[in-house]
Design a protein around this ligand. Structure first.
Ligand SMILES: CC(C)(COP(=O)(O)OP(=O)(O)OC[C@H]1O[C@@H](n2cnc3c(N)ncnc32)[C@H](O)[C@@H]1OP(=O)(O)O)[C@@H](O)C(=O)NCCC(=O)NCCS
Length: 169
């Protein structure tokens, strides 16, 4: 198998930071900040690797019954191939298995690829934070309340089945 799914550990903070730096120059956070986050007991990470290269990573804070998405990153060379949807679906799946019922996130209003990913998995807009990013760009607040709904879970599993042949664990 070419691709491998494996949760990162704090030792992988530099890889995540490097991926983030490719997507957000200058980087939003350094490796130390990622390491701290990886060590939090309520942090949850899903990551996809090609060999030793990190190609996609999604993270959340899972507290009580709520999953707060903290980041979704896909390596620029691998974007537009479905990996964003895949890694996001894996993040939701692991939250669901851990018992979360609802998920929240914020996203820049003009981030069309991210919005497509989030809408695909049932997130709807519930609010706006005007000029939230860099004092210029609005943030949309989005929520999905259906995570433990049997139909939602089935839909997610069907989606992930399509990827089974592409991934090894
Ligand atoms: C957002 C991101 C994770 C999406 O990853 P991806 O692997 O490209 O996503 P996918 O290939 O699974 O799907 C993206 C969808 O957006 C569409 N898309 C891709 N580029 C697009 C663009 N420039 N404009 C509009 N739609 C676009 C794709 O066609 C696809 O739509 P579909 O499901 O209807 O086919 C990735 O672009 C990324 O890492 N961006 C930088 C970091 C970021 O913004 N993270 C989210 C923070 S909230």
């Amino acid at each position: 198998m070419r691709y491998r799914l494996a949760s990162p550990s704090p030792e992988h903070a530099q890889e995540i930071s490097s991926l983030e730096a490719l997507l957000y120059p200058p980087p939003l956070r350094g490796a130390d900040s990622w390491r701290l986050d990886l060590e939090r007991p309520y942090s949850n990470y899903c990551a996809l690797w090609e060999g030793e290269r990190l190609i996609a990573c999604a993270s959340s804070w899972n507290l009580l019954q709520e999953l707060e998405v903290t980041q979704v990153l896909v390596h620029p060379r691998y974007q537009g191939q479905g990996w964003g949807k895949f890694i996001f679906a894996k993040l939701l799946e692991s939250g669901i298995q851990g018992g979360v019922e609802r998920a929240t996130l914020e996203v820049r209003r003009d981030n069309e690829p991210a919005l497509k990913v989030y809408r695909r998995f049932g997130f709807t807009q519930v609010g706006i934070r005007p000029k939230y990013y860099q004092g210029r760009y609005d943030a949309l607040l989005m929520v999905c309340e259906d995570l433990q709904d049997p139909a939602y879970r089935q839909n997610l599993e069907h989606f992930l089945e399509e990827y089974a042949e592409r991934i090894s664990k």
